[in-house]
Design a protein around this ligand. Structure first.
Ligand code: SF4
Length: 472
């Protein structure tokens, strides 16, 4: 996925962009970078953050950076930010999203004898590609509009130029951008979590496709927002940070409401409620408070050395890390009927291990309540972890088993029947998942309840993961 941060101040901005970008570390695990504009030029630094923290890797670079405007990015994919030369002047660029027609655009560019410099990994850097498209036109605003017409998928952009920062939210608003304000200037961020401790108040949420130009005195609209929105519902359910808000709606509050809604439809007798750390906790507190059942921590996360979602590239290493991070508290578990809430089940491998550990520690029953419906469709719009391939998804695997079809193309015909949560097929799929995970009982949130918990109109939300309804 990835996250963006930028600031334009009357004073030096380096500390703000350093910590502001760091507050997006939960959104990406591969690259982190900063670009700062000083009196003479734009200086950038990019580091691999696969095995270390953004702050650890970038901290030693700070003495070389100074300037009043800058951008930063945490990326799950390409090395960024980039600094490009163009007829519009030199500019820094960072992007978040996924370009599905990358090869097509590259081919078209080559046919016009355009070359790319950042192709070290064997393919063109998508951020450079976006920059190339932008610099085809007579102004940054026109270039951004053109790039968005050409790109299939989604692409939110920060540009660092002479006129300040230009922030562009992707056409359908799949990923968020918000503006923050303090006495010395303005910032822009994917996550409003980044604002509070740096002294910013949330000033404005960009609309879908909106483009604004930001300087130390304020911001002005360059391109008005479109009237269609498809903001990712998963932001609130899983990958957003609890203190953040998108479209003015806070993540932790949505998680609480999701848990409450799960509790309203449940009368299972249990001894305690718990959240799978970390993103299941908000949902579980909502559930426990509504049902007036003790909230407890029968599973704790070993935070001193695993404080964030460290993601090795290899799946078996990822599973090992996930297992090592969570430790059961035997004294709370023995002889108890436990009910856990979690944000979602993606592959289920980790959860299966967790459940086995809980029974090994003496649990009498382990019930699981999930804050969203079963995942059936992979995300075609954002760059999530590569583990989310079609066949890995827990719902997909169960459907393959039920239908007895191995062919991943042939199964597409059957999927829609499993998105109807009132159908026998859906119940059967849930039971196959339950049995595979070794759970006493399993329930997923109904999609209407999830949408109500978020509180946005249904047509403004992307819910493609669950029902395949995403607008392209
Ligand atoms: S497909 Fe899922 S993860 Fe992707 S944008 Fe839509 S809701 Fe979000």
């Amino acid at each position: 996925m990835g996250g963006l941060f930028g600031a334009v101040l009357e004073t030096d901005c380096v500390i703000d962009i350093f910590y502001g970008t760091d507050y997006h570390s939960h959104l990406g695990t591969r690259r982190g970078g900063l670009a700062v504009k000083n009196e003479r030029r734009i200086v950038k630094t990019i580091k691999k953050i696969e095995n270390s923290y953004f702050r650890t890797k970038l901290g030693s670079e700070l003495p070389a950076l100074h300037g009043k405007s800058g951008i930063g990015v945490i990326s799950d994919n390409d090395a960024q930010p980039l600094v490009l030369g163009s007829h519009l002047g030199a500019f820094g660029i960072a992007t978040v999203g996924k370009i599905n027609n990358l090869e097509e655009i590259i081919k078209e560019a080559f046919s016009r004898r355009i070359h790319f410099s950042e192709a070290g990994g064997g393919s063109v850097n998508p951020t450079e590609l976006a920059g190339m498209l932008i610099s085809q036109k007579d102004s940054f605003a026109e270039g951004i509009v053109y790039a968005r017409e050409m790109i299939q998928g989604s692409c939110s952009i920060l540009l660092l130029a002479d006129e300040g920062i230009i922030a562009a939210r992707d056409k359908l608003g799949r990923t968020p951008l918000a503006i923050g304000k303090k006495d010395s200037g303005y910032a822009v961020a994917s996550e409003t979590t980044a604002f509070y401790n740096l002294g910013y108040d949330v000033e404005y949420f960009l609309g879908p496709g909106e483009v604004v130009q930001i300087d130390a005195k304020g911001y002005r609209q360059l391109v008005a927002p479109g009237n269609q929105m498809q903001v990712c519902a998963f932001l609130w359910i899983y990958y957003g940070y609890p203190a953040s808000s998108y479209e003015g709606i806070n993540v932790e509050s949505v998680r609480y409401r999701c848990g409450k809604k799960l509790g309203e439809k449940d009368d299972t007798s249990v001894d305690m409620v718990a959240g799978i750390p970390d993103s299941g906790i908000g949902h579980a507190i909502g559930y426990a408070n509504f049902r007036r059942i003790t909230y407890s921590r029968p599973y704790v996360k070993y935070t001193p050395t695993w404080p964030r979602s460290f993601m090795p590239q290899n799946q078996s290493d990822r599973d090992l890390v996930a297992r090592m991070k969570l430790i059961p508290v035997k004294d709370l578990i023995e002889g108890k009927r436990l009910l856990f809430c979690d944000d979602s089940i993606v592959r289920g491998t980790q959860l299966k291990d967790n459940v086995a550990h809980l029974f090994r520690a003496g649990a009498k029953e382990v019930h699981m309540r999930i804050a969203c419906p079963a995942l059936i469709y992979p995300c075609p719009f954002l760059n999530f972890s590569t583990s989310r391939s079609n066949l890995d998804l827990v719902g997909r695997k169960a459907i393959h088993e039920i239908e007895g079809i191995d062919d991943s193309e042939a199964i597409l015909e059957c999927l829609e029947a499993y998105t109807d949560q009132a159908s026998e097929k859906y119940d059967k799929m849930v039971d196959v998942i339950r049995s595979r995970l070794g759970l006493t009982s399993l329930r997923f949130q109904e999609i209407n309840d999830m949408i109500e918990a978020i509180g946005l109109d249904r047509e403004k939300l992307c819910t493609h993961c669950w029902n395949g309804n995403g607008r392209f």
